[in-house]
Structures are given as C-alpha cells and as structure tokens.
Design a protein around this ligand. Structure first.
Ligand code: NZQ
Ligand code: ZN
Length: 384
C-alpha cells in the first residue's frame, strides 16, 4: 500500500422518506438562502420537488430554482447559476437529481466566490480553495457524485468534457431514498450499474502491490452489484435491491476503494471523449470502452485481470474474464460496440486527439498508453 489521505465529510441520510428532512439538514449544514438545481423534469413529475420545497419552506429557508440541467451537463447553465446566486445573494446550493444536476451544483458552488471564470479550475489554470456548501438529494444510483469531490462539466465551445476532483466540493450531506430510483427508465438503471462498476474497476486495475483490504472491498462491492443488478432489472420496485445498488454506487466512488493504491481512470477519460462528442449516456459508453481497454492491456499486463476473472466470475483467464464482463453488460441491456451505442462512424482521430490534448502524450498507469495504443482501443470498440 502507498500513503494516502482519505477525506469523506459527507453525511449520508439513507432510507424511505428521507427527503422530508431536506429543510432540517439544509438549515444545519447549508444556510438559509439556497439555490435548488435540478434536471429536465423527472423530479417535478414524481412530486419530489414539491416535497423538497415544502420541507425547505417549513424550515424557514428561502430559495431560488435553476432547472433544466441536461445529462452530460454544460457550462452555460453553470454561468447562469453563478449569476443567479450573486444577484440573489444565495449562500449554498442544493442539487436534486443525479450526477448531472449535482455536478452543475458543485460547479456553481465553486464559481460563486471566485472572481475569474469558473472554467479556470477545470482547465487547470487555478486551484479551488473555497466553495459554497453543497447538499444533495439523489434520484439515480450511478455517478457517485453525492459522495465524491468530482464535478464533470462540458465546455460547449470545443466540446471539452473535464472532471475536476477536489475535496472542497464534497457535499455536506446526501439524502438517499432508494424509492426515488424506482421511476428510472430501465436503460438509466443499467447505465448507473455500469458506471458504478467502472468506478470500482478504475481503482482495482492497479499495479500497487499488497492492497488486500481495498482489493477485497472492490471485489465485494462488484460481486454485490452483479448479484443485485438482475433483481432491480426484473423488478424495478424491489426496494431492498434498489437500496443495495444505491449504497454500492456511493461506496464505489467516495474514495474508499482507492485508498492505498495508484488509480487508473483511462477508461473514463476515453469515455468522456465519446459522451462529449456524441451525447451518449456515460454508463453506456463505459460498457463499450472497458472491455476493449481490458482486451488491449491484457496483452501486456494480465495479472489483475486474471485475478478479477477468478474472484468475480470464477474463470481462469483474461479472455474469459472479459467475455464474462461483456455477457453481464449485455444481460442488463448495455451496448458492447460503438454501433450498438448508436455511433455508426465514430471519429476516432478527433476523439483521440482531444483525449491526448487533455491528458498528455501518455495516459494510464496499469499499462501506460500512447496515442497509437488508445487509437487501437477506439478501433476495437468500433469492430462489428
Ligand atoms: O433530467 P431528469 O429529468 O431528472 O432525467 C434524468 C436524466 O435524463 C433521469 N433521471 C434521474 N433520476 C431519475 C430520472 N428519471 C426518472 N426517475 C428518476 N428518479 O436520468 C437521466 C440521467 O441523469 P444524470 O444526472 O445525467 O445521470 P448520472 O447520475 O448518470 O450522471 C451522469 C453525469 O455524471 C458524470 C457523467 O460524466 C455524466 O456527465 N459523472 C460524474 C462523476 C462525479 N461527479 O463524481 C463521476 C462519473 O464518472 C461521471 O463521469
Ligand atoms: Zn463514471
């Protein structure tokens, strides 16, 4: 194991009807003048927003609203939110939704106290050292943003999708009612499952030796997700399975699976180029990227992939491990190729150029990859 700092200040408030505590928790941890940030309408339709507004009003909290966040959220709404907070003198942000609403809320929170352009932080031109406090009411188990310090935003000009990671943006609280995820379309449930598995695997495929505890944590979570997934897919109203999947999504990405080891994140970087350009769901993109990456890197370093196969699927070789993973993705309705993702002629050259412009000439740790290698991986995804 290598040395680490692990900070997880978020209070998780988990269970049925927990959204009715939004007012009490906001008053204690956020302040009395909030901006609520939400997505394209699911939270309004389900009645959740109504319950949240009531809870805030009952607690004496004033608020303004910014709706309309789209999946793979863009910088335009962040600028609007920053402007609104400054104009209305709002001192905290409450996200109601999934990764897209939460990441927008975090970006607004980081941008308000900064005099320059908020994008400076994402572009690596400035380091964020303060932000307005952020609270979360989660409606989809997927991105893990409710417990992470990450915010992934796409700059419309140039279609540049970047993930910023800083402890400053970790939410003060996350309200997690698994029942709220019962209204998710099947495809989004499956995308969420794929994304949380990828968050674990990006930490698992590491060359750092002697990480028995984090290895076993990762394997335990992956096994639990694979066992619970068919239950939620078959019965979207299975509360216990929804609850297990929701908690797994948080633990997958709040940092605990990465303690003491070097992390990977090549597949995420490669996927972000796909969703930035083609607007696909991030989880679905990962179902295409991850097995292709494993196929390529296992030619050079197969140790951890073989261990993954043995301990997760009970198979003995890297090709069998990859085949099992593909079989699982397929079983929950995920695509396996660019074509199945709806991209008939992917612009590999453009994605690859943008990837290395953002991440440098060589990316990754498990097997460091140059531009020729990542182009081959994009090609593997485009076969058939
Ligand atoms: O916009 P609404 O109407 O709410 O609909 C959303 C959206 O269409 C819908 N939805 C969410 N909860 C629902 C629901 N529909 C019915 N019932 C519910 N309870 O689901 C769709 C997807 O929502 P979104 O917030 O985009 O999903 P997700 O949580 O997967 O977030 C994806 C974004 O997070 C980023 C991704 O790149 C992508 O931009 N990520 C953020 C991370 C982080 N901050 O730590 C890490 C991840 O690796 C990821 O990159
Ligand atoms: Zn992800």
């Amino acid at each position: 194991m290598i040395a680490f700092d692990y900070c997880t200040p978020t209070e998780y408030v988990f269970g049925p009807d927990t959204e009715t505590r939004a007012g009490e928790l906001s008053k204690e941890k956020l302040g009395n003048r909030l901006l609520i940030v939400y997505g394209g309408g699911s939270a309004e339709r389900s009645g959740l927003l109504g319950r949240v507004r009531r809870s805030l009003t009952d607690a004496g909290i004033q608020f303004k609203e910014l709706g309309g966040v789209k999946p793979n959220p863009t910088d335009d709404l962040v600028y609007q939110g920053i402007e609104l907070c400054r104009r209305e003198d709002l001192n905290a942000v409450l996200a109601v939704g999934g990764g897209s609403a939460i990441d927008t809320a975090k970006a607004i929170a980081g941008g308000v106290p900064y005099e320059g352009d908020f994008w400076d932080f994402w572009a690596g031109k400035a380091v964020m050292d303060k932000a307005l406090p952020v609270g979360v009411i989660l409606t989809i188990a997927a991105a893990g943003s409710e417990g992470s310090g990450n915010s992934v935003i796409t700059k419309i000009d140039g279609e540049i999708k970047i993930s910023l990671r800083t402890n400053v943006l970790r939410p003060k609280f996350a309200i997690m009612n698994p029942k709220l995820t019962e209204t998710l379309p099947e495809y989004q449930t499956a995308c969420g499952i794929t994304d949380m598995m990828a968050h674990i695997m990006e930490r698992y495929f590491s060359n750092t030796p002697d990480c028995e505890v984090t290895d076993r944590l990762c394997e335990g979570l992956l096994t639990a997700i694979i066992n619970e997934a068919p239950k939620v897919m078959a019965d979207p109203e299975n509360y216990q399975a929804r609850a297990n999947i929701m908690w797994a999504g948080t633990l997958a990405h709040n940092g605990i699976c990465g303690c003491g080891r070097q992390e990977e994140w090549t597949c995420h970087a490669m996927e972000h180029e796909i969703s930035a350009l083609y607007g696909v769901a991030h989880g679905a993109g990962l179902a295409v990227v991850f097995p292709a990456w494993m196929e390529y890197v296992s030619q050079y370093n197969s140790d951890k992939i073989i261990q993954f196969g043995r301990r997760i699927f009970g198979v003995d070789s890297a090709p069998e491990a990859i085949a099992e993973l593909r079989r699982f993705y397929s079983s929950i309705g995920m695509p396996l190729t660019m074509k199945e993702l709806g991209i008939s002629s992917p612009d590999i050259e453009l994605m690859n150029t943008k990837l290395h412009r953002a991440k440098g000439a060589v990316i990754g740790n498990y097997v460091p990859l140059d531009g020729t290698a990542t182009a081959k991986i994009y090609e593997l995804m485009s076969l058939s």
